[in-house]
Design a binder for this molecule. Structure first.
Ligand code: HEM
Ligand code: HEM
Length: 210
């Protein structure tokens, strides 16, 4: 059995990944409490997402979207072979992992965007001026902007984005849990610790040499 390893994850991907883990956890835990920490942690995630998207086009081979984004049929085929206990090895992300990465990046983008909109509805952040310039001052506080909630209290339409943001935060969390389960299953099947590989950047050479 070979113990040869090869450098797969470049420093950019590794720093991106563990920074994202840190700031996602921080953002999630501070959602209800420390607003300044929450907002700056969220801005950092936006910067990380921008970096990763650019890196997906200009980074090294295994960081590129072209290396791991595959058509749905290829993802389904991979999952069938995974179920049968005999998935093909990939040096970079496998097709299911690639689909999960796209889902995570999209969900994180929607979470941060809805966060920016919720913050703007409170009159803060980079989208705040946008928010208010669309509303003529004469109508800005008009009662039509309010709805009556079930408890009889007035519920601002402004809360729309806060609610979208909360739902998106929880969808992202569900994807993260699935992602971690996927990493555990793939690590067992490949006989290597993939989380460690995301730290060192090195993976064992697969038998087929892909
Ligand atoms: C991936 C990054 C983020 C995550 C996981 C996240 C998560 C959360 C969570 C769980 C809440 C509490 C929701 C509730 O229970 O009411 C929250 C609230 C909030 N977040 Fe974020 N957030 C993120 C990014 C951002 C960003 C970038 C901004 C804007 C700069 C932002 C602005 C807000 C605001 C204003 C609230 C309070 C909303 C309200 O009025 O209830 N968030 N966030
Ligand atoms: C402690 C928990 C986590 C562990 C052990 C972990 C582990 C990993 C591993 C091993 C990979 C590479 C998968 C492969 O070999 O194909 C990966 C990729 C990835 N993970 Fe995680 N992850 C964790 C948490 C998270 C969280 C919280 C997020 C997002 C909020 C996340 C987002 C991603 C993304 C976007 C990638 C793709 C990396 C890239 O190509 O840039 N992970 N993760």
């Amino acid at each position: 059995m070979t113990t040869d390893t090869i450098q797969v994850w470049d420093r950019g991907v590794r720093i991106f990944h563990w920074s994202l883990v840190f700031f996602f956890t921080l953002s999630y835990l501070t959602g209800d409490e420390i607003e300044t920490v929450h907002v700056y942690s969220g801005y950092t995630i936006i910067a990380l997402l921008v970096f990763r998207i650019v890196w997906g086009f200009v980074g090294p081979q295994h960081a590129r979207f072209s290396d791991f984004v595959r058509p749905p049929a290829a993802v389904i085929d991979y999952l069938k072979r995974l179920k049968a206990g005999n998935p093909p090895h990939y040096l970079g992300h496998n097709p299911a992992g690639g689909a999960m990465i796209l889902a995570l990046l999209l969900s994180l983008s929607l979470t941060t965007f809805s966060g920016l909109k919720a913050y703007a509805a409170e009159g803060h952040g980079p989208l705040a001026s946008n928010e208010f310039s669309l509303v003529s001052p004469a109508y800005a506080d008009h009662d039509d902007d309010d709805e009556v909630g079930e408890d009889g209290k007035k519920k601002k339409k402004d809360e729309f984005w806060a609610e979208v943001h909360e739902v998106m935060g929880n969808i992202t969390l569900s994807l993260v849990i699935l992602h971690i389960l996927g990493v555990i299953v793939s690590s067992r099947l490949e006989g290597q610790n993939l989380a460690r590989a995301m730290v060192t950047g090195e993976k064992k050479l697969p038998p087929e040499g892909r």
